[in-house]
Design a protein around this ligand. Structure first.
Ligand code: MN
Length: 441
């Protein structure tokens, strides 16, 4: 299990000078994993670790035989048949942690390995990314009670928060095939929509297209079918976290979601940030997981003293927008809302314990979405459905446009970072995605 150690020391500096800049997302204390190749090249996609504005090419580092022992074994797991990180994810915490320590030592100022590692750096400006893992299954949860209550009021004014919410981490099985990384573009979905007051649906492009600001949780070692992962082991099965935008067609969703939940309103696209920040890198930013007074305590399989004491993560989240017009005017992206993952009603370990409690097997590379991470205040909402009160109140943008829902050409950018006195700020990098016009016919 992760613990604070020398890799978290705020005083560490890297010989990669860009990693020492105060505003970088990727100082030597972070070391997140992604999968990349040189842009427009015939190279294979392969695992890498971000440091400042560079990437350590882990396959080239393996070939250079710079590391030994478990760290070398970790690099061997990055050198398999699949382009992604599945083998490394399956290898488990001890292996991930050995690689993190070796990279931290090798990238520090004064390291004897500097010249060998410098040869396997690739500038981030020259690369393109793909999904960090082959995702077998993707499950999206609903862990913000603030989001669930606000949305519930719109869909069911008389019954906003269903009685199961405070007992069961609610989720649905999402679609892995339409996951993409930052830069993803997708056509506006088309489908069945029930116009207000009508009794029969019409077939049309979505008119209430929205985003959802979430975090993604990548699973490491899985469990055999018929067994479960207990809460106390759950964090050892989490490889790390990224940013996740669960694009949502609200009008398609409203018509289709009962009785079995969202289907085509969610399955057309989901955009991830390219980098996965490991749970070990996030260790300094753990925080208490708290329930409002008077709410029920979770059932014992979702509850432990340690989980209450430090089961939540303090991750600042920002959602920004650009439009065709703002880009033509070179305007800076507009901030739509800020929030924080620590407000989640259910934490990451509880999601793992709950997902497997019935004997469902998780596999390395499986992905969870946390659900829209709206905070307690109305301006901390993680979707336009909330910010525009269901389309009633347009959101003003600084360059003179307004939005209730997304228009063609709109780009949503998610950002996330952790900061705390005594530690180096670490970030997640951007997750950006753009809406294209609907494909009709
Ligand atoms: Mn969602």
């Amino acid at each position: 299990m992760p613990q604070l150690n020398e890799t978290h020391d705020a005083q560490l500096r890297s010989w990669v000078e860009s990693a020492n800049q105060p505003d970088t997302d990727f100082p030597i204390q972070n070391l997140p994993f992604g999968v990349f190749r040189r842009r427009d090249s015939a190279e294979s996609f392969r695992p890498g670790v971000a440091i400042g504005d560079q990437i350590v090419d882990l396959r080239a580092l393996h070939a250079a035989k710079v590391f030994t022992g478990r760290a070398h074994d970790a690099l061997a797991a990055c050198n398999g048949k699949l382009p992604g990180l599945n083998e490394l994810m399956a290898a488990g915490f001890e292996v991930w942690s050995a690689l993190r320590l070796a990279l931290s030592r090798g990238l520090r100022e004064g390291s004897a390995q500097q010249s060998a590692i410098a040869k396997v750096l690739v500038p981030q400006a020259d690369v393109e990314y793909t999904l960090p893992a082959q995702v077998g299954d993707y499950t999206d949860f609903y862990t913000s009670i603030h989001h669930a209550t606000t949305i519930g009021k719109q869909f069911r004014p008389d019954n906003p928060l269903l009685p199961n919410y405070k007992w069961v981490p609610i989720g649905y099985h999402g679609r892995a095939s339409s996951l993409g990384v930052s830069g993803q573009q997708f056509p506006r979905p088309v489908g069945q929509i029930l116009p207000k007051g009508a009794t029969e649906p019409q077939f049309s492009p979505c008119q209430r297209l929205d985003y959802e600001t979430e975090m993604g949780i990548f699973i490491g070692p899985g469990n055999a079918q018929g067994t479960r992962i207990r809460l106390e082991d759950a964090e050892s099965r989490i490889f790390g976290l990224c940013l996740l935008n669960d694009w949502s067609a609200r009008d398609i969703q409203a018509w289709e979601y009962q009785p079995l939940g969202p289907f085509l309103s969610k399955s057309f696209a989901t955009t991830l940030s390219p980098w996965i920040v490991t749970l070990e890198a996030l260790e300094p930013f753990r925080t208490a997981w708290e329930r409002p007074a008077g709410d029920p305590a979770p059932l014992p399989y979702l509850s432990s003293e340690q989980n209450r004491a430090e089961g939540a993560l303090d991750v600042h989240l920002q959602t920004l927008i650009t439009t065709q017009r703002s880009r033509e005017a070179n305007a800076a992206p507009a901030l739509l809302a800020e929030s924080n993952y620590r407000h989640a009603y259910w934490n990451a370990a509880q999601l793992v314990a709950h997902h497997t409690v019935n004997g469902c097997n998780l596999q390395a590379g499986d992905l969870f979405g946390t659900g829209t991470l709206s905070g307690p205040n109305a301006d901390e909402a993680g979707s336009l459905l909330e910010l525009s009160s269901g389309g009633q109140k347009p959101v003003a943008l600084p360059w003179g446009e307004e939005r209730t829902f997304l228009q063609d050409g709109d780009e949503i950018i998610l950002r996330g970072w952790c900061e705390k006195e005594g530690f180096r700020r670490i970030g997640f990098g951007d997750s950006a995605g753009t809406v294209l016009p609907a494909l009709l016919g």
